[in-house]
Design a protein around this ligand. Sequence first.
Ligand code: MN
Length: 253
Amino acid sequence: MKPRWIDFHCHLDLYREHTELIRTCELEQIAVLTMTTTPKAWRHNRDLANKYVRPALGFHPQLVAERANELALWKKLLPEARFVGEVGLDAGPKFYSSFNLQKSVFAQILQACADAGGKVLSIHSIRCAAVVLEMIEKHLPAERGTAVLHWFMGTKAEVQRAVALNCFFSVNIAMLKSLRGRELIATLPLDRILTETDGPFIEIDGRATNPVDIPTVVAALAHEKRIGVEEFAAQLVKNWTYAVGGGDNWSKY
Ligand code: MN
């Protein structure tokens, strides 16, 4: 299994044309990791998956306050999932009141993944990069799992710390809109980058982006990193192969 393009963080189940999109991704050879935001959505997403589109078992930090009781279900389903996401922490003003509860849930998620071994996680870290890295360091050493930081906006020092912890970064086109995002992307090592759309939450040309836009994301990032598009696209597939533990393993889970 060798895809042409990588979308490592997308919410395919939130599109009305969900089923058609899954088929299109296979036709276009786009490897898509599709997030679930609650463990209740897992089985439906898993059943619709195909060779290219794989589901991740998630528990979104923005939903933890109202759904803390679903953690038991998440734990129960973990043996069925190799990919985990969207999980993490959100210290933005809207969700800060649940930050302690989020930390407790995220610690248990990381610990369960470390105990199981071999999981690949897509991690949210809005306004709390340092805390997220600290928790990864404490609960999920690199030999027990792979952490992919989604839309990471930490400082230069935090990028270095994440690299030292063997994390990957899934990068989207919205990050190019701010100077801070562009400065961050400039510091990312080429062999640690994956691409994502985070659709449908990001817009391109006034409409919700979807995985078919990944070539546009790759071209924009290649330009930013001052590297040829073909060369960058090949590097991304290489990074993905490494992050998922070999392309042939991708479709098994
Ligand atoms: Mn997301």
